[in-house]
Design a protein around this ligand. Structure first.
Ligand SMILES: [Zn+2]
Ligand SMILES: [Zn+2]
Length: 177
């Protein structure tokens, strides 16, 4: 029986989309699980401009609310700013329970790190804790009159593939515009 020359099947594989997480190590600083513990699921994710960054850096579009879309826009160097509107669903109290949104752990696996997290209602920079998130989901005094009604459940995430600036001695900081 003649040995059949194996046909390269690589052509089919090439069409597969690259998974952005492939070569990156998991996040080491960001506590992505607090969002599951708080029971938060994004309903709207907008690729948005970070404070102090050029207005044309981000594409300012609403993404399909999944981690892969966020990672893709980070890979396209859209700045890493995401304005995320969340809704509260059942919090995850044990690892065995379903997560509020699989994207939180996908971002962790992809090595994404939160540089800062800002409440859009009051502009406060938030700690990554369940208590802090819940406090800012409740009605509270905003940056101006009516800000809670306008911006409730909205958080601005600055996400990068580098350690948070406060942690590392990253020389490549971009604090000033
Ligand atoms: Zn974008
Ligand atoms: Zn707030």
């Amino acid at each position: 029986m003649p040995i059949k020359e194996s046909v390269p099947s690589a052509a089919a594989a090439v069409a597969e989309p690259e998974t952005p997480s492939k070569t990156r190590a998991a996040s080491q600083y960001t506590k992505w699980d607090v969002f599951d513990k708080a029971g938060l699921r994004p309903t709207i994710i907008r690729c948005d401009v970070l404070p102090g960054h050029p207005a044309d850096e981000s594409c300012k579009t609403n993404l399909i609310p999944g981690a892969s879309a966020m990672l893709r826009h980070m890979d396209m160097e859209h700045g890493g700013g995401f304005l995320i509107t969340v809704k509260e669903v059942a919090p995850q109290t044990k690892k065995s329970e379903p997560s509020a949104w699989p994207g939180w752990s996908e971002l962790r696996t992809a090595g994404a790190e939160i540089q800062f997290l800002r409440c859009e209602v009051c502009d406060a920079l938030l700690n990554q804790s369940v208590r802090e998130l819940r406090t800012h989901l409740k009605p509270h005094r905003g940056k101006f009159r009516g800000a809670y009604q306008a911006f409730k459940n909205m958080f601005l995430f600055n996400i990068q593939f580098t350690p948070p600036a406060a942690v590392g001695d990253d020389a490549d900081e971009s604090w000033d515009a």
